[in-house]
Design a binder for this molecule. Structure first.
Ligand SMILES: *[C@@H]1O[C@H](CO)[C@@H](O)[C@H](O)[C@H]1NC(C)=O
Ligand SMILES: *[C@@H]1O[C@H](CO)[C@@H](O)[C@H](O)[C@H]1NC(C)=O
Length: 377
């Protein structure tokens, strides 16, 4: 507190002091609420997992080198990236710290109010997706945890403020790719591929995904970025396993091309039913296609060979300390056989922020942020 160097009559001194104190408190509250970024919640698979699987008994993990080699700490964190992942880069755009994995013991107290990341590598829309990874947090469980999170926050700041925090939050959900790669196409004659033709399987996935999004809405989410799948057939793993002469896997590309438009259509239907643009479709397939089809234009030397891996295209098996490792990760679109590099993630988040309606439907994230900051509710 400041000291007054000259004498005041005592009553006006007290009034002055009170005014100064009120002013300072009000000022710092206003600064706090202005500076306080909106909360951020993340759901989905390895593309957005920031380390939940580190706490689970699963083979789907990214907790040993060289994962994290370009992360600020230079150490693995559980992110499936050489550095930052898509949620980290969105947090930066929100002016916030990265949100912690829900299972992290550090996620408590004040930190809970920044949001949480519930994503878990290996999961899909369906419960049977990723069964080979054993103990992972399936979608229904991620949503249960979101409910649990809200009860914990309510105990801290009360139910009304918790509801506001959740309603005003930004949410990201990235799921679906594994329902093809780690389910339908995991093995020849998989149970799901005997049960459904590809077009029927896609319809089934969309119906189940709609239920998940509806539940997210029922749990209070009001601004949700929903990403489509990338070019599933063109990742280094698929080039190595299924591609012909460097071409993408036609079957997986067909899956993505059936799935992505139906996802957008389903989202539009949900928004219409709700009467508001709650769900925003991010056309990550198209965002990837740009640098997959024309890597040089984006500063990559290759979009076919993974930076870390082994075998053709470095696309076989896992990225480990004994894998090939490229010296300059910025020159590679893919970090490992399945996951984009930090540089590619940055290109994706740029488009999420400011892409045209070809990429972001019905609007980009900078428009969302501008709208939400001026809305009075
Ligand atoms: C997944 O499992 C949970 C818990 O058993 C169940 O409530 C949910 O309906 C299942 N989802 C699907 C798509 O089968
Ligand atoms: C997306 O964001 C930019 C601002 O970065 C804005 O100028 C542009 O009009 C937006 N595009 C669409 C289609 O909303």
């Amino acid at each position: 507190m400041m000291a007054f160097p000259f004498p005041f009559p005592s009553s006006s001194f007290i009034i002055m002091t009170c005014l100064v104190v009120i002013f300072l408190v009000a000022g710092s509250e206003a600064a706090k609420s202005n500076n306080k970024a909106r909360a951020f919640f993340v759901f989905g698979d390895s593309l957005v997992d920031s380390g939940n699987n580190n706490y689970l008994v699963t083979t789907a993990r990214a907790d040993s080198p060289p994962y994290g080699i370009d992360y600020p700490t230079g150490r693995p964190t559980g992110r499936f990236s050489n550095g930052l992942n898509i949620p980290d880069l969105i947090s930066q755009q929100l002016g916030a710290e990265s949100v912690l994995p829900y299972l992290s013991p550090e996620l408590r107290g004040e930190k809970l109010l920044n949001g949480a990341n519930f994503a878990s590598a290996g999961i899909g829309i369906l419960n049977d997706t990723g069964a080979q990874f054993l103990n992972i947090i399936r979608m229904y469980r991620q949503l249960d945890y979101f409910g649990e999170y809200q009860r914990r926050v309510s105990a801290q700041i009360g139910a009304a403020r918790t509801k506001t925090l959740v309603n005003q939050a930004l949410v990201l959900i990235t799921v679906g790719g594994n329902d093809f790669v780690n389910n339908y196409y995991l093995v020849p004659y998989s149970a799901r591929s005997r049960q459904y033709s590809l077009p029927d399987y896609v319809k089934f996935l969309i119906i189940e995904y709609r239920k998940l999004l509806q539940r997210l809405y029922d749990l209070g989410a009001r601004r949700v970025l929903v990403t489509g799948t990338g070019p599933l057939g063109c990742v280094p793993a698929e080039l190595a396993m299924r591609g012909t002469n460097g071409g993408c896997s036609a079957e997986l590309q067909r899956a993505a091309s059936l799935y992505n438009p139906q996802l957008v259509h389903m989202i539009q239907g949900l928004n219409k039913k709700i009467g508001k643009d709650v769900f925003i479709a991010a056309n990550t397939g198209e965002m990837h296609n740009n640098f997959v089809n024309n890597p040089k234009a984006f500063g990559f030397t290759t979009s076919q060979i993974a930076c870390c891996g082994q075998g053709p295209y470095n696309g076989i098996g896992l990225c480990t300390s004994i894998s090939n490792l490229c010296p300059n990760r910025n020159l590679y679109a893919f970090w490992d056989p399945f996951h984009p590099s930090e540089k590619a993630n940055k290109l994706i988040v740029q488009q999420i922020m400011s892409g045209s309606t070809k990429y972001m439907n019905p609007m980009n994230l900078s428009t969302v942020l501008a709208l939400d900051s001026t809305s009075t509710t």
